[in-house]
Design a protein around this ligand. Structure first.
Ligand code: SF4
Length: 669
């Protein structure tokens, strides 16, 4: 890890390594204040070895902010901000706030006033039309940036970052899509840069020539008709001339149809955006977006694509990532799997940020480090799925002796199924992490053990264990509908586990997350693989149109039936839109408000809007939900003192809830 963990500089700011925690919305400051939750969250990341933390966004005013955001718009926040800075400094990291103004991305329901923007162009994100800024109001907003920067300086921050990316106010001025002004702030690219440059120049004038200023830009807006890397380079060159000390390069707008943070984005896919900017400027450039391992970070630095690496979610998942990598133990890092379930999805729902893989994230102040239990217990866990292994991991750290009985020959439970659809592979990394963590801590995992009430009771009576935890997961539901004899009906779980599907016409019953994932898994069969695609593209062997057809049309005709209105309703908002777009791309036929009545040899009988019809189907796959596998728990209840049930075995739920529950259960005794 020679480059990533070598010292470096941003302007006058000395950093002990090149790993930057990029800003992420946390929602921990309900009234804009710094509190213990925020301080302990960042203290843990500083302690974990990151070089620079960018806090944010931090509201510079009230008209352009978001829920739960740390504020920089009033002097009364300075003492709290100072406490945050001191906590991070005490652990050896540096810290800067991101100065945030959302423009037309601000919700009037949240701010209590209409949002503002260069031009009154409706926002797809909020569904609202902003008020066009007057020149007077523009000057007021620039003054708010300046006041916020001065407060940051007064609070002891090591510099500031100005947000000019993702479709927020400054990028709204930059883009011809949202800036249709005819005054000096609108017109050609040079004119559209005016607002951003005036903000930078005013902040520079206020904080002095030596105070580090970073600007976060979109390396490409990924919006049809808006800026590409070419225009972004021109802006960055102007920023450099205006005295900016580093450029933080992210991807496109929140409204873009191009996924940037979902699991299907290949790690490091957007490093080329930073590389493009780096070629145009001589100040340091930070690369980010889906750079989720220190190895990948090192590779990007080695290839000269960037000078610093920005990570946010990987440090939410494991604050100790830098220290583990520096000590040569990357394999111990708890991986961010790009699921967005606890971070972006929570933020979209206006809930404080959490993390699927890390139950401690955001709860550092409340939980503190995992404590040693007063009395060592011998614990038997039934099931080596995510919940069972997380429980075992935490209980072992607490000093207990834990054995897992796993019925199959491998650990991970449903994680393997979750990882099967295209672009969902990272779920496997969580299984690998938990398996390795348990192994290293000394958890004894016994495979191919069929747990029964009898053998569990005998083990307890022998004194092998004094506590039993049931983590047997769930099983898929089979609806009670008539099925004609001889017709094979499969469960989606079997398909995702690799069971082959006969015939061309595939009917998937159930349009929730599992149905959608199964449809995408099958839709890819028979399409081009990466190697062939690359070859055909580079050799110009096919037209773009034909390549697209070969990439999106496989050898199955797939229909998803859903009784309720809407497909994929249980998929998080950060991911659902891109999965629905993939279904469309693969021409999966989605029929909601359609009920399956019967499975016949010639197809399925369905009812929609009061009309019945038979749809052709060679295969019928059920994805109608799951139920708890809790028979062992029921059989053992009342027969031992310490018996509990966790995860899907208690009630089918999302992986985040299962893991968090396992953690909470393990710290109880
Ligand atoms: Fe990563 Fe998922 Fe955790 Fe977000 S919730 S930080 S995407 S693992």
């Amino acid at each position: 890890m020679s480059i990533l963990f070598s010292p470096a500089q941003i302007g006058t700011l000395q950093l002990h390594n090149r790993l930057v925690m990029t800003p992420m919305h946390l929602g921990y400051s309900p009234k804009g204040e710094v509190n213990d939750q925020l301080i302990e969250f960042y203290r843990a990341r500083a302690l974990g070895g990151v070089g620079l933390i960018i806090v944010g966004g931090c509201g510079i005013d009230r008209i352009g902010n978001a829920f739960g955001m740390t504020q920089l718009d009033d002097d009364r926040f300075i003492p709290g901000l100072r406490r945050l800075v001191e906590a991070v400094h005490a652990e050896g990291a540096k810290i800067v706030p991101q100065l945030y103004q959302a423009g037309r991305y601000a919700h009037s329901a949240m701010t209590g006033q209409p949002s503002v923007a260069p031009s009154p162009i409706p926002s797809r994100l909020t569904g609202q039309t902003p008020v066009e800024l007057t020149e007077e109001k523009i000057i007021e907003i620039i003054a708010s940036f300046v006041s916020a920067a001065k407060r940051a300086q007064k609070a002891g921050f090591d510099g500031v970052e100005i947000l000019a990316s993702a479709g927020y106010l400054i990028s709204q001025f930059l883009s011809p899509l949202t800036n249709q002004r005819t005054d000096r702030y609108g017109g050609d690219l040079q004119a559209r840069m005016t607002f951003g440059l005036e903000v930078v120049e005013a902040v520079r004038g206020a904080v002095g020539s030596n105070y580090p200023i970073i600007v976060r830009v979109a390396g490409n807006d990924f919006m049809p008709g808006s800026h590409t890397n070419t225009e972004s380079r021109a802006f960055c060159q102007a920023l450099e001339k205006a005295g900016v000390n580093a450029i933080n390069v992210t991807g496109g707008w929140h409204e873009t149809p191009v996924p940037q943070l979902t699991m299907n984005v290949p790690p490091g896919a957007y490093a080329y955006l930073a590389s493009g900017i780096k070629q145009a400027v001589s100040i340091p450039v930070i690369a980010c977006n889906r750079i989720n391992t220190p190895e990948l970070a090192e590779e990007i630095l080695e290839e000269g694509k960037a000078d610093f690496i920005g990570m946010a979610r990987p440090l939410l998942a494991d604050p100790e990532l830098p220290n583990k990598a520096m000590s040569g133990h990357s394999e111990k890092i708890r991986p961010c799997i790009g699921c967005n379930q606890g971070c972006l999805d929570y933020v979209f729902r206006m809930k404080p940020t959490s993390c699927l893989v890390n139950a401690e994230a955001g709860r550092e102040a409340e939980l503190g480090p995992i404590s040693h239990s007063e009395k060592t217990q011998q614990i038997l866990v039934i099931g080596a799925g995510a919940a069972g292994m997380e429980f075992a991991r935490v209980a072992t750290i607490r000093g207990h002796q834990v054995t897992i009985w796993e019925g199959s020959e491998q650990s991970g439970g449903q994680l393997a199924l979750a990882a099967a659809p295209p672009g969902r592979r990272d779920f496997l990394n969580l299984g690998t992490y938990l398996t390795n963590a348990c192994l290293e801590l000394g958890v004894i995992t016994q495979y191919n053990v069929k747990a029964t009430p009898e053998n569990i009771l005998s083990a307890v009576q022998r004194g092998d264990f004094n506590r039993v935890v049931i983590a047997t997961g769930a099983r898929p539901i089979t609806p009670s509908i008539p099925i004609e004899e001889g017709v094979e009906v499969l469960q989606a779980w079997d398909v995702l586990a690799g069971h082959s599907i006969p015939g061309e016409n595939v009917m998937i019953v159930g349009g929730g997350a599992v149905g959608v994932e199964t449809a995408l898994y099958l839709a890819e069969s028979g399409t081009l693989d990466n190697e062939t695609l690359r070859f055909l593209m580079l050799q110009h062997a096919e037209t773009e149109k034909e390549l697209y057809r070969l990439l999106t049309q496989g050898n199955k005709k797939i229909t998803v039936l859903e009784m309720a209105k809407g497909i994929g309703r249980d998929i998080g908002p950060s991911t659902r839109w891109s999965m629905l777009a993939d279904l469309k791309r693969h021409r999966v036929n989605c029929m909601d408000e359609t009920k399956l009545l019967e499975v016949r040899a010639d197809g399925v009988l369905v009812e929609s809007a009061g009309t019945q019809k038979v749809l052709p189907a060679d295969s019928v796959i059920l994805a109608v939900g799951s139920c708890s596998q809790n028979e062992l728990y029921q059989a053992l209840q009342g027969k031992m003192e310490y018996l509990s049930i966790i995860g899907d075995a208690a009630q089918p739920r999302k992986a985040l809830d299962a893991i968090h529950e396992a953690y909470t259960e393990a710290i109880k005794f």
